[in-house]
Write a protein that binds this ligand. Sequence first.
Ligand SMILES: *[C@@H]1O[C@H](CO)[C@@H](O)[C@H](O)[C@H]1NC(C)=O
Ligand SMILES: *[C@@H]1O[C@H](CO)[C@@H](O)[C@H](O)[C@H]1NC(C)=O
Ligand SMILES: *[C@@H]1O[C@H](CO)[C@@H](O)[C@H](O)[C@H]1NC(C)=O
Ligand SMILES: *[C@@H]1O[C@H](CO)[C@@H](O)[C@H](O)[C@H]1NC(C)=O
Length: 500
Amino acid sequence: MLSRIILLQLASTAVFISAQTPQTPGGCTTNSFTIPSWFIQELEYTPETRHVSFQILNRPANISTTASCQASDKGWNNCETKDDDFFAQVLIEGTIAQISVNHTWECTDRNLSTPLKFVAAGKNTLNLDNSNQIYTPEISPLLIRGSLYEPVQVTPVYAPGPIAHNKLGCLDSSARPSWTLSHIWYSDTIGDGLESVSSRVFNLFLVNDITGYEASCMHGSLSNDIGPTTLVCYGAEFQEPYPNRYTISTTASFDPETFLFSFSQTWYCDDQNPAKPVQITASASSTIPLQCNTKESTDYNEQPTVVKACQPEAEVLGMEGSITQTAALPPYAIEDPVPRADGCTISSILNPVWTFSHFSLASNAETTTVTFEVILATARRGFQYPIPVSVTIPHAGDAVYYPCEIGPDGENEAPLWPYECSVKYAADTKEIVLSAAWACHDLDDKNSINFKGISTTQVNSPLSCEKDAEGLDVCYTEDTAFTWRADIKNVTWSSAPKQA
Ligand SMILES: *[C@@H]1O[C@H](CO)[C@@H](O)[C@H](O)[C@H]1NC(C)=O
Ligand SMILES: *[C@@H]1O[C@H](CO)[C@@H](O)[C@H](O)[C@H]1NC(C)=O
Ligand SMILES: *[C@@H]1O[C@H](CO)[C@@H](O)[C@H](O)[C@H]1NC(C)=O
Ligand SMILES: *[C@@H]1O[C@H](CO)[C@@H](O)[C@H](O)[C@H]1NC(C)=O
């Protein structure tokens, strides 16, 4: 049962903020790894001459060129581009055009003297509007998402975007926003101020009727005696594996004296045109018809309290609001991944370094077991931790590689440590040579990249040794927290599936 309640609508004016430049922050290198893609704009097709012209803009590098093509043949036709680093083709059938782009570019934002070269390719389809002599696209710009081929083969994962952003009707229905409220509960517990504590609790569940977005709003101890108190509202947005650049947000307040509940919510729609996503903010305000019962009770300490408990008669209430602001977002911005600090892949390519710690030796008459912990040094470690690696080396052995035993990884999904390694160790100099293979799939979860490299390092910390209970000579770094970093050299990579 949905009972409509009387609304005190906020006086509102819709404000339209114009679009910003279609760029994502993050720098050429970061963006080239995360959004290798192009915009096709200003496309024109003349059926009579079968001539096509358009502009291609590389989004991460902000480089553009113009393309001119003679779509005379069935199938793909090569285009002429002003900039030779772009290679474009078109295919036109009736009012459907396909465009393919293959582009080589460089970024110098990380290292001016050593540019990093990228190669990416992709294609997409667009519908042409043929109401004029010259056909133009129905949606512009057109987004072409690419796969990287160099420096590594990666097809980046895009974000899902906030719930229902592309649901048919999202934008149209947003003109008359409404919500369904349920689980409304307000209680005011009055203690004696000595033994029993006073507290006020308010909570409700708010569902946006257009997007289906569910927010839970609450306050555990309404403090103000009079006037509205801010509530905390949250939904499922924190559980997304690929964080969205734009997230739905709700701010709300409740006045315990008048039962006035007010809120403002921001959501996103691009169902009509993904090149023109819209951010919508609406607010609503209404007195909730709460019915209260007051009774004497006891708290968890068995102390006497007076509890006023309030609920509306209806289980669910409807609430209508009005738009207070709409803003145009950059084209296709809603599903763009958030540029993040360097993770496994970018660190492995640009600045591969192992972080070592917890070095120890355990020797008996024949062998020494060398143990240390290791993790890839990266700015975005997530929930990864260093893993212990050990090798057992015969005293009589040569300075050759011995295979590692890699510690239990706790079934970790995206480890930052080797899946395979071997170690040379020189007892006299405490030099470790670690030859290791590791895998990254932080940018492309379907295709992991396998890296290999060699790190030569010395344990530059005094060891303290003792005989343990089993008669082994055991040595540790005196400073048990001693941690050091060593570059990984001769790094090579491939996108072949990793060996078991
Ligand atoms: C992209 O390039 C254009 C033209 O070269 C320039 O006007 C614009 O400011 C650049 N945008 C960014 C974000 O660098
Ligand atoms: C892109 O172009 C390069 C250089 O012309 C070529 O080697 C490569 O195979 C092309 N890649 C794709 C996916 O078309
Ligand atoms: C840039 O690259 C060169 C050559 O690889 C290297 O020697 C230099 O240290 C790098 N500079 C920075 C700031 O990383
Ligand atoms: C790295 O490669 C160079 C050139 O191939 C080689 O001379 C060097 O020994 C390699 N380094 C290691 C630690 O294997």
